[in-house]
Design a protein around this ligand. Structure first.
Ligand SMILES: Nc1ncnc2c1ncn2[C@@H]1O[C@H](COP(=O)(O)OP(=O)(O)OP(=O)(O)O)[C@@H](O)[C@H]1O
Length: 444
């Protein structure tokens, strides 16, 4: 009976350690012979084909399948609504570049000081977060959209069992890092429209609040307003208002409207979208361009008094503001909208109604102590100068823009010569003003 049992149970035939070794030796000899035969008899191409088929067959039965997420550049291709996660990955992944990379995109963009490094489509980028491995791959346009533009996307793959952590922890981490990188980075972007799309270049305007010749009170009001705006995310959310602030800048040419916009961008570290209304053909294009603008940005619409352009294109600036409110009502994203005009009296009254633009900022002629900022910017004078009193007295009487005074100060490198020339120039203006005044008196 015992021999019968042994006959049908092969495992019980090898009960001793030496028997196990015999079996192992026989099995390894067999596999070595099989491998040699496989290598000798089957040609190379056929071998790789068989191997890849076997791999894909077994990968199907792996207990933890890989999951892949597709991150397109635009969430809705037809509207070209920007997918913030794509842009976040675009900035985030170069920080994961290591010296083991075999293929990278490298370049130097005009006007930028540093070299650009970017992920190449042939190179996978591995990132480890909370012990989970994530693999990124760029698809740089194998597909085209209906207008024949390349469709860019990233593919993010990871083990399926980490799906929840990928969505709830990792992706928010990428987005947060991107936001932090944007606020840390010195190089801000300015976007202008070209052929219906935003094109970016470096915002190299050096203006800061320190270099702006404005009355100290106005400067403080603007900075306080910006700080308050940034602090109030929760309040905006609570009252159901989009987290957006609108400023109307008005003043004659050369009083510093563009400089103030640059100073705000540099202060907040926000990119600027310069919306030239003449470059927008229709309402839908205007809406699309608003959707493409990123979070933490300033949308600038200059010369809003040029109403003929706006009317010809069948949209109103008031309508644009309403649309922005609708578009950004739920996003909780910070946006500043700035309208500028040289002629406040000519703009659509609907824009001046309370609640439309949050703050109206008048940029005036150069007055009072604001001149000292220009003297410091252009001549490096930090303290007092014997000619300052006379210059400030003249500035109180005449109307001259900071741009004109700045231009005068740049004419001489020697500061005494420059200031004397400025006194002379301002006195001429004062004389002209008196003559004009007398003439008007005689005529009336
Ligand atoms: N308030 C100011 N403080 C410092 N610099 C100024 C100021 N205003 C003008 N400037 C100087 O004059 C130049 C032109 O000013 P800016 O372009 O900011 O004026 P603007 O009001 O936007 O003019 P425009 O209406 O013609 O566009 C600037 O490059 C800057 O050097």
């Amino acid at each position: 009976m015992g021999s019968n049992t042994n006959k049908y149970n092969i495992f019980s035939s090898f009960t001793s350690a030496s028997s196990w070794f015999e079996l192992y030796a026989a099995f390894s000899t067999f596999t070595m012979l099989l491998k040699a035969a496989f290598n000798d008899l089957i040609p190379h191409q056929l071998r790789s084909f068989v191997t890849s088929k076997l791999e894909s067959l077994f990968s199907k039965y792996q207990p933890n399948n890989r999951v892949s997420l597709k991150i397109n550049q635009f969430w809705d291709e037809s509207l070209r609504s920007r997918n913030e996660l794509f842009y976040a990955a675009h900035e985030y992944l170069p920080t994961k570049i290591t010296n083991t990379f075999k293929s990278l995109k490298v370049g130097k963009i005009e006007d930028q000081k540093h070299l650009e490094l970017a992920v190449d489509a042939t190179q996978e980028v591995l990132d480890e977060f909370e012990g989970i491995k994530f693999t990124w791959k760029l698809d740089d346009g194998s597909e085209k959209d209906s207008e024949n533009f390349k469709k860019y996307s990233f593919e993010l793959t990871f083990n399926g069992k980490h799906r929840e952590r990928a969505l709830e922890r990792y992706i928010p981490h990428v987005l947060k890092t991107y936001e932090a990188m944007k606020s840390d980075k010195r190089i801000l972007k300015i976007y202008s429209r070209l052929d219906g799309y935003w094109t970016e270049s470096e915002l190299s305007h050096p203006a800061t609040f320190d270099s702006l010749a404005l009355s100290p009170e106005l400067k403080k009001d603007i900075i306080d307003d910006l700080d308050r705006f940034l602090r109030r995310k929760e309040l905006y959310k609570k009252v159901g208002k989009p987290w957006k602030r609108g400023y109307l800048l008005y003043g004659t040419p050369g009083t510093g409207k563009s400089s103030l916009i640059a100073a705000i961008a540099n202060y907040l570290k926000f990119d600027v979208y310069d919306l030239e209304l003449t470059s927008v053909d229709c309402n839908s294009e205007l809406m699309r361009s608003m959707k493409e603008a990123s979070n933490r940005s300033i949308i600038v619409v200059e010369d809003v008094d040029c109403n003929k352009v706006v009317k010809a294109n069948r949209f109103t600036l008031s309508g644009l503001l309403n649309y922005m409110d609708g578009l950004w009502s739920s996003g909780g994203e910070e946006r500043i909208v700035i309208f500028t005009t040289n002629h406040r009296e000519k703009i659509d009254p609907a824009l001046l109604r309370p609640g439309r633009m949050d703050m109206h900022i008048h940029l005036s002629f150069l007055k009072g102590k604001a001149f000292r900022v220009l003297a410091s910017n252009y001549l490096g004078i930090e303290g007092d100068h014997p000619l300052f009193e006379e210059i400030e007295g003249l500035l109180e009487r005449i109307e001259v823009s900071p741009a004109v005074v700045a231009e005068q100060l740049m004419r001489n490198e020697d500061l005494d010569v420059a200031l004397e020339a400025l006194v002379k120039f301002l006195k001429e203006m004062d004389k002209d003003r008196n003559c004009n005044g007398e003439l008007t008196g005689l005529l009336s």
